[in-house]
Ligand binder design. Sequence first.
Ligand code: UDP
Ligand code: MG
Length: 318
Amino acid sequence: METLYFVIPCYNEEEMLPITAKALIKKRDELVEGGRITPESKIMFVDDGSKDKTWELIEKLNEAAPAVFTGVKLSRNRGHQNALLAGMMTAVKHADIIVSMDADLQDDINAVDGFLDKREEGCDIVYGVRSSREKDTAFKRGTAQGYYKLLAKMGVEITYNHADYRLMSRRAVEALAEFTEVNLFLRGLVPMVGFKSDTVEYVRSERQAGESKYPLKKMISFAVEGITSLSIKPIRFITALGFTVFMISLLMLIYFLVIHFMGKTVHGWTTTVVSVWALGGLQLLAIGVIGEYIGKIYLETKHRPTFIIERDLEEEDN
Ligand code: UDP
Ligand code: MG
């Protein structure tokens, strides 16, 4: 039997936390009683610098049942991915296996039984995969699906319809810790870890309380992060585009020279202006893409910590 830690990043989740805690403790007890995980198994909440009562709630849960609930507090808000990593790296000190999930119970916790089945078959990583997205808004569903396809085109290895609901063994998490990058897009990184892995399907439901912590702006920056932190295809695309445009302009040059020597008058203020604008736009675009990557190199070379833990209730309990 192995010790399981649930790791749940929470940002302003005071409405959701009591509901989530209740559902998870039930699941944990059921798994312990069924002899599937050890009684040392715990639920770890990571407070990602929440501005509401989230941390107070986590402390209360820990006080009432230190054997079940534990918590980590980040020194400030660092975003879902960093909070998740912080939790996993803290939990791995005590756990044999880690299940990461969101605080809003959109991911069906009963899929954990399936995760454990796969674990018993020798998997180090088990991905939770949404079998349907009916409960998501049409907009979210459409953009997400298009995005997964785009990622695949960019050469990013990713499990289709998998968010960050997954089981990882201790050795998989320790291998993930070897990736020192600060531009984090976990669902693209985890497949790079390797080991035997499999998927388990589940039906995704609605957020039960509170609202999405991923407004459109965050969603877009997360999407850009996914591509630019894992793929250099956009740079190659720009290079190819630049080359093509250059070839076209050579052809046009020949064409205009021919017309000129045939004595036909210069007509083409429009052509000039249009090409100036087209080239200017193209160059700006290219510079922007290059800048994006240079920015990433800048951040990587700094080797800044991806998270700073302010409090670790597990350490304080011991
Ligand atoms: N989250 C976080 N830090 C943030 C934003 C979100 O830890 O800065 C957590 C949030 O509390 C939740 C998970 O990340 O547990 C996913 O967020 P949410 O459910 O709002 O995203 P959605 O399901 O709408 O994509
Ligand atoms: Mg959600």
